[in-house]
Write a protein that binds this ligand. Structure first.
Ligand SMILES: NC(=O)C1=CN([C@@H]2O[C@H](COP(=O)(O)OP(=O)(O)OC[C@H]3O[C@@H](n4cnc5c(N)ncnc54)[C@H](O)[C@@H]3O)[C@@H](O)[C@H]2O)C=CC1
Ligand SMILES: O=C(CO)COP(=O)(O)O
Length: 337
C-alpha cells in the first residue's frame, strides 16, 4: 500500500482518487476550492462533476496544503492547467528533495509555452515529476470502464512506481521515457477536439470528423517530433488514442464546447455552458505560437484559433482548409523528393 495525495479534486482528481482507494492505497484529496472539499465531505460524492460515484470511506479530505504535501509516496497534480503554476508555487515549500509527483492535467502555459511538467519543475525543482496521459474520461474511470494510459518519466523507477500504484484489472498503465511527446499529444489533442466539435455542431459528416482526426494527429506529430517527441508516442495512447476519444466521446468537454460554438455560441458562452475546464481553449494560442516558433505548418490549429478568438466564420475556416495550396499527404516521402 502507498500513501497518495491529490492536489485538485475536480472530475479527474476525484475519479482517480476513488480508483486508487479501491486499489488499496491510503488516499488524501485536497482542493484550493474550500466549497469543493465541503461538498465531498458532506455527500462523499462530487455532486457537480461525478454524481453517483461514491468516495470510499478510506479517502481523507483536507483543505490544508501542508498536510496534503507531507509524508506521501506520491503526489498527484490534478488541477486545471491555468492553476498549475500557482498550486506548485504554494506547495513547493512543503516538497522535499526527490518527492515523486505525477501530473495528470493537460495543457501548455500561454506566457512561457512550457508544458505543465516544466511549469511544476520551475516552481519546485527539487521534485521528481512524471506525467500520465491517455484516452481516459473521468466519468468512465470512476465506474471501472476498461482504460489504458501511459506514464512518462525521466527515471524508469519513477514511471514504474506510478504504474504499480495506478494499475488494476480495469486500468492498464504503460511506461515511457518520452515525456514531451506525451505532454504535447495530451495538450494539443484538445485543440483539435474543439475543431471536431465545431464541425459536428455545424452538421458536417463523418468524413469531415475523420479528416480532422487524421490530419490533426499529423499536425500534432509534426510539431511534436520537431520538439523532441517520438513518432511512436503520437501513434500511441497519448496521441491518436486520446485524440480519438476526445473527438468522439459524449463525455468530452472540448468536443462539447466546440459543438456549441458550431451551433452559434461564442467561445466564452460555450465555456460557461460546459462549466468545467475546456483546456483546448487555453492551449490553442500556445499551440499556434509553438508552430510559429518551430516553423511547422498547423493549418487546423491556425483556423480554430481564428474561429475561437477572431470571430472567423466557421464556413470560411473550413473553406480555407480545403482550398489551401495542393500538396502531398506526407511531403518529402515520395518519389525521392
Ligand atoms: N475530466 C477528465 O475526464 C480528464 C481530465 N484531464 C485533465 O485533468 C485536468 C483537470 O480536469 P478536470 O478535473 O476535468 O477539471 P474540473 O474543471 O473538473 O476541475 C478542475 C479542478 O481544478 C482545481 N482548481 C480550480 N480552481 C483552482 C484554483 N484557483 N487554484 C487551484 N486549483 C483550482 C479544483 O480542484 C477544480 O475542481 C485538466 O487538465 C484536464 O484536461 C485529463 C484526463 C481526463
Ligand atoms: O483529456 C481528456 C480525456 O482523455 C478529457 O478531455 P475532454 O473532456 O475534452 O475529452
Amino acid at each position: 500500500m502507498s500513501k497518495v495525495s491529490f492536489l485538485g479534486a475536480g472530475s479527474w482528481g476525484t475519479a482517480l482518487a476513488i480508483m486508487l482507494a479501491k486499489n488499496g492505497h491510503d488516499v488524501t484529496l485536497w482542493s484550493a476550492i474550500e466549497s469543493e472539499i465541503d461538498m465531498l465531505a458532506e455527500y462523499r460524492e462530487h455532486k457537480n462533476r461525478l454524481p453517483g460515484a461514491k468516495l470510499p470511506d478510506s479517502i481523507k479530505l483536507t483543505k490544508d496544503l501542508k498536510e496534503a504535501c507531507t509524508g506521501y509516496d506520491l503526489i498527484v497534480f490534478a488541477v486545471a492547467s491555468p492553476f498549475v503554476r500557482q498550486t506548485a508555487q504554494n506547495a513547493s515549500q512543503y516538497i522535499t528533495e526527490g518527492q515523486r509527483i505525477v501530473n495528470v492535467a493537460k495543457g501548455i502555459e500561454n506566457d512561457t509555452l512550457c508544458t505543465l511538467r516544466d511549469v511544476i519543475l520551475a516552481e519546485m525543482p527539487q521534485a521528481d515529476v512524471s506525467v500520465l496521459s491517455g484516452p481516459s474520461h473521468a466519468e468512465e474511470v470512476a465506474v471501472g470502464v476498461p482504460t489504458t494510459v501511459v506514464v512518462g518519466s525521466v527515471k524508469r523507477e519513477s514511471a514504474e512506481l506510478v504504474q504499480e500504484i495506478f494499475m488494476n484489472d480495469r486500468f492498464r498503465v504503460y511506461t515511457s521515457s518520452d515525456i514531451i511527446g506525451i505532454e504535447l499529444g495530451g495538450s494539443i489533442k484538445n485543440v483539435i477536439a474543439l475543431a471536431a466539435g465545431v464541425i459536428d455542431g455545424m452538421g458536417f459528416g463523418d468524413n469531415t470528423r475523420a479528416a480532422l482526426i487524421t490530419r490533426g494527429i499529423t499536425e500534432i506529430s509534426r510539431l511534436g517530433v520537431k520538439m523532441g517527441g517520438r513518432m511512436e508516442t503520437f501513434m500511441g495512447l497519448s496521441g491518436i488514442g486520446d485524440l480519438i476519444v476526445t473527438c468522439t466521446s459524449e463525455h468530452s468537454r472540448n468536443h462539447t464546447a466546440g459543438y456549441l460554438i458550431g451551433k452559434g455560441y461564442t467561445t466564452e458562452a460555450a465555456m460557461k455552458e460546459v462549466n468545467q475546464v475546456v483546456e483546448g481553449v487555453h492551449s490553442a494560442r500556445a499551440a499556434m505560437a509553438l508552430a510559429q516558433k518551430y516553423q511547422v505548418s498547423m493549418p487546423i490549429v491556425e483556423q480554430i484559433n481564428k474561429v475561437l478568438f477572431e470571430n472567423l466564420p466557421i464556413l470560411d475556416a473550413v473553406h480555407g482548409l480545403l482550398v489551401r495550396d495542393k500538396c502531398n499527404e506526407y511531403p518529402g516521402l515520395d518519389w525521392n523528393e
